[in-house]
Every structure is written in structure tokens, then in C-alpha cells.
Design a protein around this ligand. Structure first.
Ligand SMILES: *Cc1c(COP(=O)(O)O)cnc(C)c1O
Length: 201
């Protein structure tokens, strides 16, 4: 198991933010991580995110999983950032529950080409962005992607970076890299990595 403090600091030195994915972790494990100074956490289920955001309001809770529309309010109200936005109807549903500041949103792009993976294809980004920009409660801040388990991981991450570069805004975030592939993601320019098992197992 990697020490969360060491990993966070070495990533920080490269300008990369560590999202500790706590979806399989119990509350005690989350508590230990908070004691270690960790503040950014990822959850893939909306209800769990709400519970934990209420319990630990000083932390930032990132939604990283597919979202059912009837759970949109949990994300609109409680998420610090929504990484897994890939359809406009769900985005509109989330927007209706955002209060105060606009919610930072990443577009999830299917960079592995696997049909079972969520996300929009790279060539649909412009159209999706045009729709997203019409929703004032959501603020587009970058792209999220997942590499295939097998095959050329580097190539998938490079593809997401190209998609970002094409948008012409170098300040946009790139959320990519998990337990087994985050070094490659960082090498390809990730600004956020989402690591679960390697931290909590
Ligand atoms: C679970 C999950 C992660 C973390 O995966 P690990 O292999 O546990 O590091 C990252 N991103 C998403 C979207 C996930 O669902």
C-alpha cells in the first residue's frame, strides 16, 4: 500500500491533485486518510457521496461514477466536482439542484474505444460542450477518461490530452489515471489522478 501523504506530496510537486477514491473504503479508513491530510475524495455512487459529504463537509467530494437522473440532486447539492458528465439530460437534472456557485464539471470521454465504457466519443466533444455551455449552473473545467485494462494505456491518455489541447485552453483539467496506470497518466499530463485500491487496500 502506498502512503497517502508521500503520494500526495510527490504528485503536488508535479502540479497533480490526488483524488483518493473511497468507494470501497469504510468510514474508519476514510477517517485515517483525513488524519493524513487528504481532502479530495472520489465516490462513484451518489447516495454514498451525499452521506460522506454531510459527514465530512470540510473535504471535497468528487463524483466519478455513472449517475442515474433520479439521484442528480445529490450531486448538484453535495459534489465539489462532477467528473463523469456525459449526457446533457443528466447535466440539466444536476443543474437544477446547484445552489450558490456553479458546479465544476468534467466531460467524460471514452478514450479506450470499448463500447462498455461510459463517456462520449472524442468527436462528440464540441457538440456536447455547446450544450453544456448553455447551462449556467455548470462550469466546464476539463476532461475525464479511463484507459482500457489492456492495450496501450499511454496512447489512450495521449488521446485525452490531444482532445484537451484541441480546445485551446491549457488551463483545462485532465482527470486520468487509476491505481494500475497513474504513472502513465501523469507522464501524459494528468492534472488529477483518481486512486482507490492502491491507497486503501
Ligand atoms: C473505482 C474508480 C477509480 C479508482 O480505481 P482503482 O483501480 O481502485 O484505483 C477511478 N476512477 C473511476 C471512474 C472509478 O470508478
Amino acid at each position: 500500500m502506498i502512503d497517502v501523504r508521500d503520494l500526495r506530496h510527490s504528485l503536488q510537486a508535479k502540479g497533480v491533485r490526488l483524488i483518493a477514491v473511497s468507494k470501497y473504503a469504510d468510514d474508519d479508513a476514510v477517517e485515517r486518510m483525513i488524519a493524513g491530510g487528504q481532502r479530495d475524495f472520489g465516490e462513484s455512487r451518489a447516495q454514498r457521496l451525499r452521506e460522506r459529504a454531510r459527514r465530512w463537509p470540510a473535504c471535497r467530494w468528487h463524483m466519478i461514477g455513472p449517475l442515474q437522473r433520479n439521484k442528480a440532486k445529490y450531486i448538484g447539492r453535495h459534489a465539489a466536482m462532477w467528473h463523469s458528465c456525459y449526457d446533457l439530460e443528466t447535466a440539466e437534472a444536476v443543474a437544477r439542484h446547484v445552489c450558490n456557485q456553479p458546479l465544476p464539471v468534467l466531460l467524460q470521454v471514452n478514450i479506450s474505444g470499448e463500447p462498455q465504457k461510459h463517456g462520449i466519443p472524442p468527436d462528440a466533444i464540441d457538440e456536447m460542450l455547446a450544450g453544456l455551455r448553455r447551462i449556467p449552473q455548470l462550469r466546464f473545467v476539463g476532461l475525464m477518461g479511463m484507459a482500457a485494462r489492456e492495450g496501450d494505456v499511454r496512447e489512450s491518455f495521449a488521446l485525452l490530452r490531444h482532445c484537451r489541447d484541441r480546445l485551446g485552453d491549457p488551463s483545462l483539467e485532465l482527470s486520468m489515471g487509476m491505481s494500475q496506470d497513474w504513472p502513465d497518466a501523469v507522464a501524459e499530463g494528468a492534472t488529477m489522478v483518481r486512486i482507490g485500491r492502491a491507497l486503501f487496500d
